[in-house]
Design a protein around this ligand. Structure first.
Ligand code: CTP
Length: 483
């Protein structure tokens, strides 16, 4: 592959590069733009951060650059690591001196040995990330490509510069990076590199969960996430970092009846969803939607394979999985739990006659996440039978329009029952407890079932009637045991 010099020069124009060149020349240090920025530039991909390596002190170079950029530049120095960051008009530039040892962004070891540009490129992850372009005036735009990364870019190949066993032992996360780049860029992992991942896979266990999740997020956000997950599975990495997903794999047959492979189904759902949304957590919900299936799988002589209640089993598994993987156990967990537990509801609705009260309940439970839930359910239709797909999509359309109609009429999406627990306690002098909860739910159910409108007066009248039936009064309630 040839790359036009004029293309490089054009890409490296602008104030930031001019200032880096002037600073490098004044300090007389060899300076290069390197790594992902060079790769993305050649691939015509937009790139955000600029990584600069100099054969000398990265910190001194950054100081000079910041001084010349003037007021608009924000600078941060990480002296222990020998790196510095300059932010200027929305661009982030990282400066570091060339190193002899492994180059990892978040390596916790303070830097030790300085090296040449070649030393630095040797310890990078892939040939396509081990290219540099000189920024000094005399050699401006000169491409340094010792491992022929250009050909690998041309042939869509992910390959380590050194023996892969060395590159992966320097930083085992690179095994996941190989997979991630393959998925993100549509590349393949070269055989020797692939085999080394299989061989070294257990080493992923020494990498922090946070870094692993970071890579998983990037795989999930790639255009066809199934590519990355298939590779993670084939290399054996997935079983080590996310065994519950691997448990979905396989087809069991009994009496000539098989069920679908829930692993590939899950990945198809994720790919479907990736076409319509960039919402990371909705994509995670797709990965998790059938996670409970292996634990509830049964063979029924009449029905064949069943997975009854897999949505609730799956929802219950999530907290533990989130903790184990160090995913955020906050509103993200609750969001995914909600989508997983509700994902069968619209399908059931679409199959049966859609009653107003069923729609109201769904709206009430899904709240503002109802549209995400519907997107997940539509992505969940992976049947190969076009007639079936058409029927489902049509029914979902009906459910969607019914949802809209009921929401406009009854406003139950974020509804709070018009009388709350505190008011009930005061009205009847009741202590907090089961009875109050029951009265509160009775009002909510009456509204959702359409027995009474979603209004205070109606709820009050309903509550009084209920109290009379249960013989609760303001005077005697505390002593009356009605259970
Ligand atoms: N690098 C490496 N090993 C790692 C991480 C990074 O060798 N574990 C090197 C690569 O040369 C990489 C560069 O550091 O190109 C910058 O790393 P990073 O910003 O993490 O990745 P990019 O390649 O820039 O890609 P992206 O921004 O998509 O993550």
């Amino acid at each position: 592959m040839e790359i036009e010099q004029s293309y490089i020069l054009n890409k490296l124009s602008g104030k930031i590069f001019e200032v880096i060149t002037a600073s490098a020349d004044v300090l007389q240090v060899e300076t290069y733009v390197i790594g992902g920025y060079v790769r993305d530039m050649i691939l015509h991909r937009p790139s955000k951060d600029i990584d600069v390596v100099c054969v000398g002190s990265g910190i001194e170079l950054a100081q000079e650059v910041a001084k010349r950029l003037g007021k608009g530049a924000q600078t941060a120095f990480f002296k222990n690591y020998g790196t510095a960051q300059v932010k200027y008009q929305g661009t982030e530039i990282e400066f570091v001196g060339a190193r002899k040892e492994s180059y990892t962004h978040d390596s916790r070891n303070p830097i030790v040995e300085n090296g040449t540009l070649q030393d630095d490129l040797n310890r990078r992850d892939f040939t396509i990330n081990a290219m540099a372009i000189c920024l000094n005036r005399e050699r401006y735009g000169e491409l340094i490509d010792p491992f022929d990364g250009l050909s690998d870019l041309d042939e869509y190949r992910i390959k380590t510069p050194l023996s892969p066993d060395i590159t992966f032992s320097d930083d085992p996360l690179r095994m996941m990076r190989a997979v991630r780049f393959a998925g993100q860029l549509g590349f393949f992992i070269e055989a020797e590199t692939f085999e080394a991942i299989e061989r070294n896979r257990e080493r992923i266990l020494i990498v922090s969960k946070e870094r692993i999740v970071d890579e998983l997020n990037k795989i999930i956000l790639s255009p066809r996430p199934s590519v990355g997950f298939e590779l993670l599975e084939q290399t054996g990495l997935l079983n080590l970092i996310f065994p519950e997903l691997v448990a979905l794999k396989g087809i069991e047959t009994k009496e000539g009846i098989g069920h679908k492979d829930n692993f590939s189904h899950t990945l198809t759902v994720l790919d479907n969803l990736a076409r319509t949304t960039g919402n990371l957590w909705l994509r995670w919900a797709a990965l998790f939607h059938d996670i409970g299936k292996p634990r509830v799988k049964r063979f029924d002589n009449k029905l064949g394979w069943t997975f009854h209640g897999h949505e609730f089993k799956g929802m219950k598994m999530l907290k533990g999985i989130f903790q184990q993987m160090k995913l955020p156990a906050n509103d993200k967990l609750r969001y995914v739990e909600k989508l997983v537990s509700l994902h069968m509801r619209p399908i059931v609705l679409a199959d049966e006659e859609v009653t107003d009260s069923a729609i109201r309940r769904l709206l009430f439970e899904a709240g503002d996440d109802i549209d995400d839930l519907m997107s997940l359910c539509e992505a969940d239709i992976t049947s190969k039978n076009p007639e079936k797909v058409k029927r489902f999509l049509h029914n979902f359309q009906l459910v969607r329009s019914k949802l809209k109609e009921i929401e406009e009429k009854d406003r139950v999406r974020n509804f709070q029952p018009p009388i709350d627990g505190l008011q009930i306690m005061e009205m009847f002098h009741l202590p907090a407890g089961k009875l109050v909860g029951e009265l509160k739910s009775a009002i909510k159910d009456a509204i959702l079932d359409g027995e009474i409108p979603n209004e205070y007066d109606a709820a009050y009248a309903y509550l009084m009637k209920l109290a009379e039936e249960k013989r609760i009064s303001a005077d005697t309630s505390l002593q009356t045991d009605l259970q």
